[in-house]
Design a protein around this ligand. Structure first.
Ligand SMILES: *Cc1c(COP(=O)(O)O)cnc(C)c1O
Length: 631
């Protein structure tokens, strides 16, 4: 029977992007042309603008069939340990100076081929050292050979099997040049294909390949001819799924990476309730960063209501709202929220996060389009992704960009969604324009009022009140966990939309209802705000007062809401300034990537209604001092 060798090489602007080869029967050729072409066009390095397909006939007798090398894995704690493992394996092969080879492997200039190193003379003998030795005419006889996916492991095992069976070959060493792939291997007759990890840090693009050859056992020309010309088919590839990497090593690598970039997060321990002053790691701190804007999490009336609810309704709810978990208490809170937001109906969720995920994934699907502000909260992004809808991100609060994007998009149904008060910048969405565009283009509109409820509008009713009830979004989403000092999320909308959510929102349906304490607390907090707007007014006074204090200190600050970002820029510097403030007894954590874009690390001040003018004045002074110290 005749076989065919088919080789694909793809480049973009004369740079190599992808290459692959197969050895196949005639009847498989046509489909191989398709899959290899597809692979060239879909490569992550770019779409090829030049694809070279070469097909040659080869006789079956010329093909050498080899069993795949057995595969083992040797994980180590760190990179240096991995190279020690490699060195001792080289020792076992009779190589007395393994360090020289390892240094070469770690520093070899990037090239497409491999170094051919002769241990009899201790030198490189690949004739063209810019290019190295390129092994070709090889494939495996498994079913994967027609798949268009690149399977690094499969291709490496085929290559290593051919290399190890080359006359005079002692071993092969390899580090992948894929920045995300920290595993390499040593292959030899004695060791089989031994995966060694980690051989580099995540993100490191360096790779290298060395063929260790002994010219006392075979002629170099013979070895090079075998590698470059003799067709090899590798049988019995392992069928079980080989994990790419020992999980604990990849996790530790990623943690190291975070630490290196000052992006590692850990939790601080609060040793008291959440109020203006709190005990943090055993030290009293002025909280200038809590989302409990009205200081209601610690309000005696709210706490008592939570306790009463527990005594009356129990500690837990015992079921989903659709089974046994729905109480009159939950319904009372929903009615109160609907009235407060001037909507027909409300549906509670366990958290604001779950509300966004549930609402968005219920109201949109694969056929929808979601227009989403670039600074929207992560829970909006997650809900949008879960829906499978097409997501179009518009520039922050840029209504012109939003309209341009709506007009240039084909859709049958969709949603415009935005934070009402942006959680990291503290600015307010252009509600009238969002509602106007949504009506003009037959889209639903949804505003996330996590930081708007109890905060903006003369009575704390949120963004609709802030714009004097001139525009009304279809869905108002909110949370009970910020101004209202409790826990839970909600959607306020028409009866139809709320009924739809009850039937479709999976984070509502498949989760146990909120606990009575959370419901009781939120209900009381809402009553408190509705009875008297003094706390809301005080919060709004504090915003103006504190911004003026900062400006007097030469810090550019201007925010219509109690979220006041003080941009520092560099991640490590922002951490130092925050640490300094903590030493002075004021807690304003630094916010970093990925919560905000890289290089815009900031102090995120969040004011409370209960902060006094003196406390605000003093804090502004401390902030200015700390920033100067780290300039
Ligand atoms: C906090 C927040 C949420 C999530 O609310 P939780 O009740 O904390 O889960 C959603 N959206 C925005 C804008 C938020 O700031």
């Amino acid at each position: 029977m005749t076989l065919y060798s088919i080789k694909m090489r793809a480049s973009q602007k004369e740079h190599h992007v992808s290459g692959a080869e197969r050895i196949l029967e005639k009847k498989q050729l046509a489909s191989a042309v398709g899959t290899l072409t597809e692979r060239a066009l879909q490569h992550s390095l770019g779409t090829a603008d030049f694809i070279n397909l070469k097909i040659e006939e080869i006789s079956e007798e010329a093909v050498l069939r080899l069993p795949a090398l057995p595969v083992t894995t040797k994980p180590s704690q760190n990179i240096e340990d991995s190279f020690s493992v490699m060195a001792s394996m080289l020792n076992e092969l009779g190589i007395t100076n393994p360090d020289k080879l390892i240094t070469l492997l770690r520093n070899v200039k990037p090239m497409r081929g491999a170094v051919l190193y002769d241990i009899a003379t201790n030198q490189r003998i690949d004739p063209n050292q810019e290019r190295g030795i390129r092994v070709t005419y090889m494939d495996a006889t498994d079913s994967d050979s027609l798949s268009s996916n690149k399977n690094h492991f499969r291709e490496a095992l085929v290559l290593a099997t051919k290399v190890v069976n080359t006359p005079g070959m002692v071993a092969e060493l390899c580090i992948s040049d894929d920045p995300d792939y920290v595993t390499g291997y040593l292959a030899s007759k004695m060791h089989g294909y031994t995966r060694i990890m980690p051989l580099k840090n995540v993100g490191d693009p360096h790779g290298g390949r060395i063929f260790i050859f002994d010219s006392r056992q075979a002629k170099p020309e013979e070895a090079i001819h075998f590698l470059e010309k003799v067709p090899v088919l590798v049988d019995s590839l392992p069928t079980e799924k080989i994990t790419i990497e020992a999980p604990e090593i990849s996790i530790n690598n990623k943690l190291d990476e975070l630490k290196k970039n000052a992006l590692f997060r850990s939790m601080r321990t609060m040793n008291s309730e959440q109020s203006k002053y709190a005990i943090v790691n055993e030290k009293k701190q002025l909280l200038m960063s809590s989302n409990s804007y009205l200081d209601l999490a610690a309000n005696p009336r709210v706490k008592e209501a939570a306790a009463r609810a527990v005594l009356l309704w129990g500690a837990g709810s015992g079921g989903s709202r659709l089974t046994t978990g729905n109480t009159a208490l939950a319904e009372e809170l929903e009615k109160a929220l609907a009235k407060f937001k001037r909507k027909e109906a409300t549906l509670l969720f366990n958290t604001g996060y779950m509300a966004n995920v549930g609402i968005i994934s219920a109201l949109t699907d694969k056929e929808s389009v979601i227009f989403s502000d670039e600074f929207n909260h992560a829970s909006i992004i997650d809900g949008s992704r879960l829906s499978g809808a097409k997501i179009i991100v518009y520039k922050h609060n840029d209504m012109q960009d939003l309209e341009t994007k709506i007009v240039s998009t084909q859709y049958r149904k969709g949603l415009i969604v935005s934070d009402a008060v942006f959680s990291m910048d503290g600015d307010i969405a252009n509600l009238p324009e969002i509602v106007k565009l949504s009506q003009k283009y037959h889209l639903l509109s949804m505003l996330d009022e996590a930081h708007a409820t109890g905060v903006i509008g003369a009575n704390g009713q949120g963004i609709v009140e802030y714009f004097n009830y001139t525009a009304e979004p279809d869905i108002i989403m909110g949370t009970l966990s910020k101004s209202l000092g409790s826990e839970g999320g909600f959607a306020c909308a028409s009866n139809a939309i709320i009924n739809y959510l009850i039937n479709k929102a999976r984070s509502f349906i498949f989760s146990t209802a909120q606990c009575p304490a959370a419901l009781g607390a939120a209900l009381e907090a809402l009553k408190l705000i509705e009875e008297d707007n003094a706390l809301v007014k005080q919060l709004q006074h504090n915003v103006d007062y504190f911004c003026a204090c900062l400006r007097r200190q030469g810090i550019n600050a201007n925010s219509p809401t109690p979220i006041i970002p003080i941009i520092i820029g560099d991640e490590a510097k922002a951490m130092s300034v925050a640490k300094e403030l903590e030493n002075e007894g004021v807690l304003i954590p630094a916010i970093r990537y990925p919560t905000v874009p890289k290089g815009t690390a900031r102090l995120r001040v969040a004011l409370m209604a209960t902060h006094t003018d003196e406390e605000l004045e003093h804090t502004a002074h401390l902030i200015s001092k700390a920033i100067k110290k780290y300039q």
